[in-house]
Design a protein around this ligand. Structure first.
Ligand SMILES: [Zn+2]
Length: 125
């Protein structure tokens, strides 16, 4: 990948990283708000079981988003490291080039399409 493309992807990844970080911040805030509310009893003793159920589900969703988000954040950090090393856009498996289009669609891509689909097949079987 040439320097111009690397610089462009660096910017894209940094922007994406900021977006994910602020998203994670708001999820964490929502979780701690809810936990604080529950601790103080503000939401307790409700007769509406459905409400409690959806609350718990919402919280579960928030945790799920948070863990997915932090995984993604780690992948973006790795991608930034690869940009610094000059190995960004190189498939970690076969060493082939990852098409720019694929990287644009998924900034943290580590594998070319061939290796990725092979890996997915392995995971499924
Ligand atoms: Zn590959």
């Amino acid at each position: 990948m040439n320097k111009k493309d690397l610089a462009r992807f660096k910017k894209l990844i940094e922007t994406e990283r900021k977006r994910v970080v602020s998203q994670l911040d708001s999820i964490e805030e929502a979780i701690s708000d809810r936990t604080a509310n529950q601790a103080s009893g503000a939401q307790g003793y409700s007769n509406h079981m459905a409400d409690i159920g959806s609350d718990a589900m919402e919280q579960e969703q928030a945790f799920l988003h948070a863990s997915q988000g932090s995984d993604y954040l780690r992948q973006l950090d790795d991608a930034l490291k690869r940009i610094q090393d000059g190995t960004y856009g190189v498939c970690e498996d076969c060493g082939g080039k990852i098409p720019v289009k694929r990287l644009e669609a998924y900034l943290a891509a580590e594998l070319c399409i061939t290796c990725k689909s092979r890996q997915e097949k392995l995971q499924r079987s």
